[in-house]
Design a binder for this molecule. Sequence first.
Ligand code: ADP
Ligand code: MG
Length: 296
Amino acid sequence: ATPMALMVGTGRGAALGILIKGPEVLESTRRVDTVVLDKTGTITEGRMSLVDVHPVTGEDAAEVLRLAGALEDASEHPVARAITAAARGRSDRPLSAVEEFANDEGLGVHGTVGGHAVLVGRPRLLEDWSVDVPADLAAVKSDAEARGHTVVAVAWDGEARGLLSVADTVKEGSADAVRGLRALGLTPVLLTGDAEPAARAVASEVGIDPGRVIAEVMPADKDEVIARLQEEGRVVAMIGDGVNDAAALARADLGLAMGTGTDVAIEASDLTLVRGDLRVGVDAIRLSRRTLATIK
Ligand code: ADP
Ligand code: MG
């Protein structure tokens, strides 16, 4: 391939809303056969909203939401933003200040609010702190997850206090993009830190095979999933937006970042989809193939 011809391809990319790190990038897209898609913020809007509050019997729903929302004010996670916004919206007094805060990447947050030691995150986070999740909440959890919602547990002072369910919406073009990938003969895979049922609900909405859903992957392990696929002989493109996707984006044969995502993801990637439209990612792969076909 002549550098000149590749540059032409690069210019066309910019017009489509694709930023390309260097002309050599187009070459690595040629052999891609597998496209790994992050869920939150990539397939979905990443703007979650609170659906429901399920307090443990004897607890006050408003208080569960207030304490969770107060603690989550210190987190940037889409789940956290949904909880804090709902807590503010439903309360007539300001939320309590966070006195101590720690983020457990891919699990949730913990800290001190109003003198209480508060945990908010995946039910697994509570297990890690030896807090039992009451049996009556298990049904609530599986019900919400079956509908594609993400379930967040709230505990303070060593006891579970309730569950919150939050929901995200699939982006308008995501199903189209998955169809486009298949039309190019590529295998779409969904990779997420979220729970399996929620991940499957989103996969079925956009047309990804249930057998191609890799869920509950901790942020530090996302890049190992890419490595495993590469060991199987696959040439992998990864599309993501989050801090938790950066290592996987760098590891992939081709990394594509959502322009609406974090700077770390963009820096780790070869291509940026400026408007965060997955369909443009499919265009990018199609374009590079055409460009290369012209060159040969
Ligand atoms: P994804 O791969 O979907 O972008 P993450 O790895 O960031 O997800 O998070 C995995 C899961 O951990 C989330 O679906 C959520 O249940 C939980 N989680 C992460 N951060 C928080 C938080 N600040 N508050 C509550 N739950 C959280
Ligand atoms: Mg994400």
